[in-house]
Design a protein around this ligand. Structure first.
Ligand code: HEM
Length: 511
């Protein structure tokens, strides 16, 4: 095995607490650039080791080894590392420790049961029901911008803001059955709290993440969490009121709250579904997520799951749609081809609203979204914590033990830009995902939604929303470069969620 030990020992005395990730912690580089840089430092190597702050970890560069660790030998790598806080007995009862109770932060058996409890809520048939709740939100968005563009035929927008607003409206409706209109109410409290929660670059959040990583036990005893206590209180109150109202009125809306309430009663069952038209990037539920469980979900656990759907449905989806808009501005020929598909679909619908099935049939849309997620993986690296000593063995002479407690990284941003797996990787080329080419993609090297039993539970929801928002936008507008569009886009630096430093400004031109 080759490791970066030499580099590490040279740097170690200079940055005793930062390790190899110093440039990231000091906000000199963006997270994807950092991952690509370390990945490219060791070409031809399958695994290398580094220090991130004071934590040693291994970066797995080889797609086959990634599959081995994340799928076949998952039992040794069930958990995430404690950066965002982990659920444990100490924090279980702490009212502020809300993020720690989300599926993302759960560990071991508790995670397995919660995953199996929740996964039936994310199948294609549940998405189809939920899709009907989204349409109104997209209509409102389009009306808003059509009005603004009326006088000059165009309107300048900051795409992340536009997509965040519609995503909040969608998630409020699909998840909680709450009517929110962030276009009318520009400073809606959902949006305000959501933006604050996702601002990981705030010094207080960085300090909390450091504390959770370096002093995991102590920080859980004090209920230190990714979220501010104020936000934990706000969302707890909103969700408690929604759940109570739903239970007392007995209304059924087929939204996420309904599904969670069914999961709590044990009446939600996983349904095996065969769908050949699912988006290429969709990740499948492993057998672990399909077992029937009768897990008791406490109220605070349920509120925490609502929260993770809120964050997943709001920030990731809007960021993905923003990157897609950016690529469409840079490649007008791709935008034109996609518009033709949108128009054709709209004609076939003959005045009926867009349906889940019509969306699934849009092949070119799927190719463009898949390529956007390749160029811009929203999680530039995903991690796993080794929970039982593990001997890594590639059968070709690479053999060593990863000790319990050590972390591994799957460097999606490095793999997605490696010419070995994606020739001419900086080129935005949706044809990589056409019927003929997509068969050749190594699934261990394409990780937009992660891999294995711990993959993203919301991939169907995310793809459905990104595609739908693009459908509605392109039907009415051409997305064009404005004087304020920054090309190439400069990403925010540091260990923060992905996004442009100065926003993504474009013009929407009425068709
Ligand atoms: C484009 C949008 C999205 C992207 C790119 C994305 C990506 C990811 C990735 C990379 C992971 C980690 C997977 C791993 O470690 O192997 C993850 C986990 C997760 N995502 Fe997403 N996600 C998106 C949208 C969503 C949405 C809409 C939801 C919920 C409605 C969601 C809920 C979750 C949850 C709960 C987990 C933790 C799963 C577990 O630990 O079992 N995500 N996501």
């Amino acid at each position: 095995m080759t490791t970066s030990t030499t580099n590490r020992s040279r740097r170690w005395p200079l940055r005793p607490f930062l390790g190899a990730s110093g440039s990231l912690v000091l906000r000199k580089v963006s997270f994807p650039d950092f991952i690509q840089t370390i990945y490219n430092k060791f070409p031809g190597v399958k695994v290398f080791g580094m220090f991130e702050t004071i934590t040693p970890f291994f970066v797995i560069r080889d797609p086959e080894l990634i599959k081995q660790i994340a799928i076949k030998d998952f039992d040794h790598f069930v958990d995430h590392r404690p950066t965002f806080g982990l659920f444990d007995e100490e924090s279980a009862e702490h009212p502020n420790a809300l993020f720690r109770k989300t599926l993302f932060s759960m560990t071991g058996q508790r995670w397995k049961e919660m995953r199996a409890t929740l996964s039936p809520a994310f199948t294609g048939s549940k998405m189809r029901l939920m899709f009907s709740l989204m349409g109104e939100c997209f209509d409102e968005m389009i009306d808003h911008y059509v009005k603004k563009a009326k006088s000059s035929g165009r309107v300048e927008v900051e795409v992340k803001d536009m997509m965040s607003r519609v995503s909040i409206n969608v998630i409020a409706s699909c998840a909680f059955g709450i009517k929110v209109d962030c276009f009318k109410d520009q400073d809606h409290e959902f949006l305000r709290h959501g933006k604050k929660m996702m601002d990981f670059a705030r010094p207080i959040v960085i300090a909390r993440m450091m504390a959770m990583r370096v002093f995991p036990k102590l920080s859980s005893r004090f209920g230190i969490d990714l979220l501010d206590p104020e936000q934990a209180r706000y969302f707890t109150q909103v969700f408690q009121e929604t759940i109570k109202a739903r239970e007392s009125h007995g209304t059924v809306r087929n939204d996420m709250i309904d599904l969670l309430l069914q999961a709590r009663k044990g009446t939600l069952k996983f349904q095996e579904e065969k769908n050949d038209q699912e988006g290429f990037a969709t990740v499948q539920e492993s057998d672990m997520g399909k077992v029937e469980v009768m897990k008791h979900i406490t109220e605070s656990e349920m509120i925490a799951q609502c929260l993770v759907f809120f964050l997943g449905g709001f920030d990731t989806v809007s960021t993905c749609a923003m990157f897609m808009a950016y690529e469409l501005v840079r490649s007008p020929e791709v935008q034109q081809k996609l518009y033709e598909e949108v128009l054709e679909t709209s004609k076939e619908l003959a005045g009926k609203p867009l349906s889940y099935d019509a969306l699934q049939k849009m092949k070119y849309m799927d190719m463009v979204v898949s390529e956007t997620l390749r160029i811009w993986p929203l999680a530039p690296a995903t991690d796993r914590l080794c929970t039982k000593d593990y001997t890594i063995d590639d059968g070709q002479g690479l053999k060593f033990t990863i000790d319990k407690g050590t972390c591994v990284w799957f460097p999606a941003a490095g793999l997605h830009h490696d010419p070995q797996y994606f020739p001419n990787p900086e080129r935005f080329d949706p044809e990589r995902f056409n019927d003929e080419n997509k068969r050749n993609i190594n699934l261990g090297a394409y990780l937009p939604f992660g891999i294995g039993p711990r993959n993203c539970i919301g991939s169907r929801f995310a793809l459905m929303e990104v595609k739908a928002v693009m459908y509605y936008t392109l039907l009415k507008f051409t997305i064009v470069r404005s004087a304020k569009t920054q090309i190439p886009m400069q990403l925010r630096k540091g260990f923060t969620n992905l996004g442009p430093e100065k926003g993504m400004h474009v013009e929407l031109k009425l068709r």
